[in-house]
Design a protein. Structure first.
Length: 293
C-alpha cells in the first residue's frame, strides 16, 4: 500500500486541525454513518426496490470469470452477488457489517460464493492494484469525503482494470428527496460533500481525473411501482431508510417540523407521478464506467 489506513483517515478530515483531532472527528463521523445505515432495514428496501440495479452495473462493467472484483459500500450485495454469479472472485466491503447477514443469506440462496469484509470506503484495507474490477452501486456516493473515496477506488484498481459506479443524480427523485430533507437534517460536517454530487457527470470526471481513461456516463432510471400512495412511500422510508430515519429522529420532539417533513415527502412523491394505486415513479441515476489508466 502507498500509505497506512490510519494516515489516509487522518488526511481526510478537516484541514488545519491536529492529526489526532482530525482522526477522532473522522472516527466519530464514521460511527454515525454506520449507525445510520444499520438503523431501519436497508436490506429489505434494497430487495424491494433497487435489487436489479446491481445487475445493471455488473453488466455495464463487464465482469468476467476470474476477475478479481471489489464492491465498495456493498450493503447487502445487490452488485456483489451478481458479480460472483458471473464467475468473479468477489469481495463485498461495507462500513456497516450489520448489512452482511441478509447478503450472506441471499448469496447462499443464489449459490454465489464471495467474501464479506468490513471496510471504510475512504480507507480501504486492500493493496494497491489488487482488483481487476471495482464497482459501487449507490454506495460510495454516501462516503462523506468524495476525493478520498475516489482516490481509494483508483488506488485499489489495477492499471487497465475497470471501474463502475451507479449513483443517484442530484435532479432525480432521490436527489430531490435529500433536498426536501435538508432543512430538517444536521448540517454536513466540515469537508463533507452532498452524496448526490456523485450523480453529476462533471463532478465524477473531476474526482477520477487522469486516473482513468475511456470514461463513459449515461443517465438512466429505474421504475418504482411498489407504492399505492404518496403516504405509503413516505411511511416506508420512515421505517426502513437510514438517512430518513436519522432526520426524523433529529426533529422527533418538534411536531410542527415532523408534519412539515411528512407533507414535503408526500408532495415529492405526488409530483413524481405517485397519486393512486397502479402509479409508478422513475428514479434517475448516473451510470459511469471507466478504465484505470
Amino acid at each position: 500500500m502507498t500509505d497506512s489506513p490510519a494516515a489516509r483517515t487522518a488526511s481526510s478530515s478537516t484541514p488545519g486541525a491536529p492529526a489526532t483531532d482530525r482522526a477522532a472527528a473522522d472516527q466519530a463521523l464514521k460511527a454515525k454513518h454506520r449507525a445510520m445505515w444499520a438503523s431501519g432495514d436497508y436490506p429489505t428496501l434494497a430487495t424491494d426496490l433497487i435489487w436489479s440495479l446491481g445487475d445493471t452495473l455488473v453488466d455495464a462493467v463487464g465482469v468476467e470469470p476470474g476477475d478479481r472484483v471489489l464492491d465498495v459500500a456493498a450493503g447487502s450485495g445487490n452488485a456483489a452477488i451478481p458479480a460472483a454469479l458471473r464467475g468473479g472472485a468477489v469481495v463485498a466491503s461495507d462500513l456497516t457489517p450489520e448489512l452482511f447477514e441478509v447478503g450472506r443469506r441471499r448469496a447462499a440462496d443464489a449459490g454465489a460464493d464471495l467474501e464479506w469484509r468490513e471496510a471504510d470506503a475512504e480507507s480501504l484495507p486492500f493493496d494497491d492494484a489488487e482488483f481487476d474490477v471495482v464497482v459501487s452501486c449507490v454506495g460510495v456516493m454516501f462516503a462523506p469525503h468524495h476525493r478520498e473515496a475516489a482516490g481509494e477506488l483508483l488506488r485499489v484498481t489495477r492499471p487497465g482494470g475497470r471501474i463502475g459506479l451507479l449513483s443517484w443524480t442530484p435532479d432525480g427523485f432521490i436527489g430531490q428527496m435529500f433536498r426536501a430533507m435538508k432543512p430538517y437534517a444536521a448540517p454536513l460536517p466540515s469537508g463533507a460533500e452532498p452524496a448526490p454530487l456523485w450523480g453529476d457527470e462533471q463532478h465524477v470526471r473531476e474526482l477520477l481525473g487522469d486516473g482513468v481513461d475511456d470514461l463513459t456516463a449515461r443517465r438512466e432510471s429505474i421504475v418504482i411501482d411498489r407504492f399505492d400512495s404518496p403516504e405509503a412511500f413516505r411511511d416506508y422510508f420512515k421505517q426502513n431508510y437510514g438517512p430518513t430515519i436519522a432526520v426524523y429522529g433529529r426533529i422527533a420532539d418538534d411536531g410542527e417540523q415532523v408534519r412539515a417533513l411528512d407533507d414535503a415527502l408526500v408532495e415529492l412523491a405526488r409530483s413524481h407521478g405517485l397519486g393512486s394505486p397502479g402509479d409508478a415513479m422513475r428514479w434517475e441515476y448516473l451510470l459511469v464506467t471507466a478504465r484505470r489508466s
